[in-house]
Design a protein around this ligand. Structure first.
Ligand SMILES: Cc1cc2nc3c(=O)[nH]c(=O)nc-3n(C[C@H](O)[C@H](O)[C@H](O)COP(=O)(O)O)c2cc1C
Ligand code: SF4
Ligand code: SF4
Length: 247
């Protein structure tokens, strides 16, 4: 979605958060800043939370968010973003939330849809991009200003505090052939190959990429994932993740 949206905006630079997050300070001279990310735990992935806390937006006049999600409703993305933006004297100018499907196969029951439905949902979501891009280009103010009460904040903060160590539940089963692909594709370098087996280093974001994209389907999370079909984004191939990391 981020790449497709970029194509529709003038003079837009796409910067992965992962390229910035370890800097001591994050500054931008952009007058317009957008955050594009999937909803996690009814709100922001930890890395997005950390980024918004850290980024200096004093030169920015317009802030928007585009979030993909698997579940219904607006959830608590807008509230949390506005809470993080408040100390910076900012508020979300526009928020675009779009339901695609859920890759969160740790849920019960398994939320994965058929490949056809995944593709249909993505195509539907992308058909809205022209309208959203026009709103962004015209500085149009959208839904972002509403919502300040966040009834599930405690549970979300607990998720943020614990998520890095949730990888204690990962292991590779007998199908692992030691290829090292999981090491190559983890966006936060959280996996080491030791004696030809992956070991998780407790800085996990729970993006599930290693689990979904292991070619042997050898990565399991506790008892949840055995025998469950894996999810590969219809447009993003394994090679793209490997190349992205090799840059
Ligand atoms: C750790 C995790 C937590 C998630 N939590 C939620 C959630 O609370 N609500 C929701 O609607 N979708 C949730 N999802 C589903 C993601 O939002 C969905 O998989 C994503 O938007 C799909 O787009 P992508 O393939 O571009 O990542 C979660 C996914 C993961 C991996
Ligand atoms: S990608 Fe899968 S098969 Fe390859 S090392 Fe990792 S767990 Fe093993
Ligand atoms: S790829 Fe695996 S280890 Fe890396 S952050 Fe995602 S879930 Fe955690």
């Amino acid at each position: 979605m981020a790449k497709r949206l970029k194509e529709k905006l003038n003079e837009c630079e796409l910067i992965p958060i992962i390229d910035l997050i370890n800097q001591n300070s994050i500054n931008t001279t952009s007058e317009k800043v957008g955050l594009v990310f999937p909803v996690y735990n009814w709100s922001l992935p930890k890395i997005v939370y950390d980024f918004v806390e850290k980024v200096d937006l004093s030169n920015t006049k317009y802030v928007f968010a585009l979030c993909t999600k698997g579940g219904p409703g607006r959830q608590y993305v807008i509230q949390m973003l506005n809470k993080l933006l408040e100390p910076k004297n900012k508020i979300l100018d526009a928020a675009f939330l779009v339901k695609v499907f859920s890759a969160f196969i740790l849920a019960k029951p398994n939320p994965l849809h058929s490949k056809e439905k995944q593709l249909r949902r993505i195509t539907d979501a992308e058909s809205k991009l022209d309208e959203w891009a026009e709103q962004i280009l015209n500085n149009k103010k959208g839904k972002g200003k509403k919502d300040s009460y966040y009834p599930m904040e405690d549970s979300y903060i607990s998720f943020i505090e614990k998520v890095n160590n949730e990888d204690e539940n990962y292991y590779s089963d007998g199908n692992c052939n030691g290829c090292g692909i999981c090491v190559q594709i983890c966006p936060v370098d959280n996996i080491k190959l030791i004696n030809e087996k992956p070991e998780w280093q407790h800085k996990c974001q729970q993006c599930l990429r290693c689990l979904h994209y292991c070619p042997q389907e050898a990565i399991q999370f506790g008892e949840y994932t055995k025998g469950r079909e894996r999810y590969n984004h219809p447009y993003i191939k394994l090679k793209e993740f490997i190349n992205e990391k090799a840059k």
